[in-house]
Every structure is written in C-alpha cells, then in structure tokens.
Design a protein around this ligand. Structure first.
Ligand code: HEC
Ligand code: HEC
Length: 331
C-alpha cells in the first residue's frame, strides 16, 4: 500500500517537473524566431502606439527611425525594456519577446530611410514652459496632443492630485498592465520636470470634467414628439470635479413648436442666429461627479421627425468653450 502511494507521488512529482521545466526550454535555447508579417501586424495594431513616436512605418519622428537599421534582437530588446533616454519602458505584457523578434524581422524587411520623418505633434510658437516640456522634453504630446486633453479629463474625473499623476506616469502599467503607454523613468523625466507639466495642465489649462449628454426622442400623441435629454458627469462620485454654470440647449426641429418643457432651470426658447434655428435653453448651476440631470421637451408638427440635437456647455472649471458636447438623435 505504502509503495503504491509513493509510486503515485513520484508520478505526480514528475508530472509537475515536466510542466515546470518544459516551458523554459525555448527561452534557454535562444531568442524567439520572428516574422515580418507578425511584426507589421503588431506595429499597425490599435493596441500599440510605438508608431506615434517612431512613424507609421518606422521612418522616424520624435523617436529615431527603425526601418532598415539592422538592429539586433538584443539591441532592440534593451531599447524597449531599459530605454536609453526619454522613451518609456514597455513590459513583457505590452511587448513580448516574440513581439520584439517579429519587429526586428519587420524592420529588417524595410529599406533604410533617407532622412527621419517629422514629429506628429510640434511645439506651437511662443509655447509656455510646461507645454514645451510635455511635447519636446517628455514626448507626452506625441500621443496626447499639445494640451494633454485626455489626461486632463481622466484626472478631472477622479479629482487626481500630483501623487496620482506621478503614479500614472512612472508606474503606468500598475493600473494599465496591457496599456499603450509605457513606464517613464525618473532618471530621464525627473519629478521637478513632471511637476511643472502637472502645474501647467492642472492650473494653467485646468482639469476637465467628463460630462456626457444623450438625447432620445419618442413619438407621443398625433404629430408630437417628446425628447429626453440626460446630462451626466461620469466622474467618480465623491472624488471627481463638478462642472458649474452649465448651459443646455436642445435644438427645436424646424417647422416645430415647443408645447412643453421640463421646468427646472428653463429659460424658454431662444433664436440661435448663427445656426438659423431655435433652441430650448436650460441653465444648471452644477453637476457633481456621478450625478445625472434630465430634461424633456415636447414639440408638435411634422418637422419633429427630423430629430433634434443638444449642446451642453459649461463655464467652470474649463475655459474657452473647449468642451462642448454634442448629442445627436434620429427618432
Ligand atoms: C514617447 C515616444 C516613444 C514611444 C511611445 C516609443 N519610443 Fe522607442 N524611442 C523613442 C526615443 C526618443 C528613442 C531614442 C532613445 C531614448 O530616448 O530612449 C527611442 C528608441 C527606440 C529604439 C532604439 C533605436 C536605436 O536606434 O537604437 C527602439 C528599438 C525603439 N525605440 C522601439 C520602440 C518600440 C517597439 C516602441 C513601442 C513598444 C517604442 N519604441 C515606443 C521614443 C519612443
Ligand atoms: C505611447 C503613447 C503615450 C505616451 C508617449 C504617453 N501616453 Fe499617457 N496614455 C496613453 C494611453 C493610450 C493612455 C490610456 C491607458 C493606456 O492605454 O495605457 C494613457 C493614459 C494616461 C493618463 C490617464 C490614466 C487614466 O486614468 O486613464 C495620464 C494622466 C497620462 N496618460 C499622462 C501622460 C503623460 C504626462 C505623458 C508624458 C510624460 C504620457 N501620458 C505619455 C498614451 C501615451
């Protein structure tokens, strides 16, 4: 009996050892084999953004040209895992050894370029220091544009502080293990530089509030249509920023007249001369993160079938009408 148990134990141990050892064999026997087709597919995929810095075909831009350069697997791997300069580092989950081998084969299959291509995002004339740092020095602008529109929205949605911003930049893959952005190095992008970028985007430009609007129409009694508009702040409740002084305009379809409208904050129908149409207008003092406001407008007559659209704008905490939201619907 004891021998049977020991025998079973030995079989189990062998099975476990085979399982543990087997996957290591290909790595020990050298680098993976790559193909140009797979490398091109990785480079072109929407899940990777290397090309924003190196060009659509590796012709060079903010980062150096890679096409036809003849980099070895080891050189390529070193540049991706422990970049020499400001390039963020990418993990195995974002760019595997196999992906790297495929990229080496892909760039080997392309001719050298005569000269590297232009940057995707350039520094506007007279740009303030914070903006120059985020475009030229750190390279954030190659993916996020020249005013970091998306990061300001993400930060506003959770009411981020500098500590959170730092974590997103230096330890990006903690929250986004398979994200398209890598981990920046404190040695190449030191905290004082990142702090000036943060000051510029959070104070000078201001964080953004994720306000969304959805409008839908339902045919009511003969010849009339009721539109329901929901305006929401999708930020995290209790954390995200509130939007303030909100102007909500719902376009009155041409040939229609408003027969009723929800009362809270209603300002009546106004003519919007530049667009040549009427709008029903509401004002709301504030929408807190996680909150939703709803509005209804009922119009009569046939023009209603053409549908309506809504514009939501707010003055606080953003500037210059940058964040106009548009919702369009066809009933
Ligand atoms: C923010 C822009 C940026 C992004 C994104 C980026 N790179 Fe780079 N890359 C650079 C810069 C700049 C260099 C030059 C060295 C440095 O500053 O780290 C570089 C260098 C390299 C090199 C070495 C080139 C040489 O001549 O030795 C390789 C290889 C490379 N990058 C591959 C990649 C791959 C693969 C990705 C995506 C997984 C990627 N890069 C994403 C900017 C970028
Ligand atoms: C290779 C393109 C790329 C570069 C370069 C880049 N980012 Fe990102 N960033 C992204 C993408 C894509 C996301 C969305 C998450 C993901 O896919 O990694 C993101 C997300 C973020 C977020 C928001 C996290 C959230 O909660 O959604 C912040 C903040 C941010 N980036 C700031 C920066 C800053 C600052 C820099 C420059 C130091 C920078 N990024 C450089 C592509 C990039």
């Amino acid at each position: 009996m004891r021998r049977v148990i020991i025998g079973m134990f030995a079989v189990a141990v062998t099975a476990v050892m085979v399982f543990l050892v087997y996957p290591l064999v290909p790595a020990v026997s050298g680098q993976p084999r790559g193909t140009a087709e797979a490398g091109k597919a990785y480079w072109d995929a929407t899940t990777t953004w290397c090309s924003r810095c190196h060009g659509e075909t590796g012709q060079g831009a903010y980062g150096p040209d890679l096409a036809g350069r003849g980099l070895s697997f080891e050189q390529f791997q070193r540049a991706v895992r422990r970049p020499w300069g400001v390039m963020p580092a990418f993990t195995e989950q974002q760019a595997s050894e196999q992906n790297i081998a495929d990229l080496v084969a892909y760039f080997d299959s392309l001719p050298k370029v005569a000269a590297p291509g232009p940057w995707r995002t350039t520094v506007p004339a007279g740009a303030p220091l914070g903006q120059r740092l985020l475009i030229e020095t750190a390279g954030c602008g190659q993916c996020h544009g020249d005013v970091l529109g998306f990061p300001r929205l993400a930060a506003g949605g959770v009411g981020a502080d500098f500590a959170q911003f730092e974590e997103w930049v230096y330890e990006h893959t903690k929250e986004f293990p398979t994200g398209r952005m890598g981990n920046f190095s404190k040695a190449r992008l030191p905290e004082p530089v990142l702090s000036e970028i943060w000051r510029y985007v959070s104070v000078d430009l201001g964080l953004r509030v994720p306000v969304t609007a959805v409008i839908s129409g339902t045919a009511a009694a003969a010849g009339s249509v009721t539109y329901n508009l929901t305006v929401g702040n999708t930020g995290t409740a209790g954390k995200g920023l509130a939007a303030g002084e909100i102007y909500i305009s719902v376009v009155v379809p041409s040939g229609s007249t408003v027969s009723s409208a929800s009362a809270t904050g209603y300002q009546g129908v106004q003519n919007y001369a530049p667009g040549g149409y009427d709008v029903a207008v509401w004002l709301a003092p504030r929408i807190a993160a996680g909150e939703k406001l709803t509005y209804t407008m009922t119009v009569s007559d046939s023009g209603a079938a053409g549908g309506s659209r809504a514009f939501v704008r707010w003055l606080s905490p953003t500037r210059g009408g940058e964040f106009v939201q548009t919702a369009l619907v066809r009933p």
